[in-house]
Design a protein around this ligand. Structure first.
Ligand code: 2BA
Length: 109
């Protein structure tokens, strides 16, 4: 068994949740926060048999768009140690950041 962890934009979370249910995939949806933008995103935990991993990845791909976002540093120019960015910059966010990991044990007690 595998655990698919997918970090997606909040705007895609509803459609992705619907698509997972429609495909009879069990998932848990967590409210999360991106470390860089410090904005809300959504993390899905999806436990599946190994044979279904590529199907799950396709479902995620089909429901998560990439978006450009403008980042304006909160630090003044010359003191942008944390971000390294000193002026408004466009960054690409998503579609989805996906981790697939082995599950040692899966128990429902
Ligand atoms: P955030 O950390 O808020 O990052 C949002 C976007 O900002 C990233 O999009 C990336 O384009 C950009 N970004 C992140 N760190 C940066 C930096 N140090 N300098 C310049 N630009 C930077 P994505 O790569 O699509 O990531 C979307 C969200 O997925 C991230 O939100 C984070 O919550 C998660 N994520 C991405 N990579 C991760 C990783 N290796 N481990 C854990 N979570 C990750």
């Amino acid at each position: 068994m595998k655990l698919v962890m997918a970090i997606v934009h909040d705007k895609d979370a509803h459609n992705l949740a619907d698509a997972l249910v429609a495909n009879k995939v069990q998932a848990t949806k967590l409210a999360s926060t991106g470390g860089f933008l410090r904005e809300g995103n959504t993390t899905f935990l999806i436990g599946v048999d190994e044979e279904r991993v590529s199907e799950i990845i396709e479902i995620i791909r089909n429901n998560c768009k990439s978006r450009t976002q403008t980042v304006t540093p909160v630090y003044p120019v010359g003191n942008s140690v944390e971000t390294g960015i000193t002026y408004p910059t466009e960054i690409l966010v998503g579609g989805a950041t996906v981790f697939v990991v082995d599950v040692e044990q899966f128990l429902k007690l």
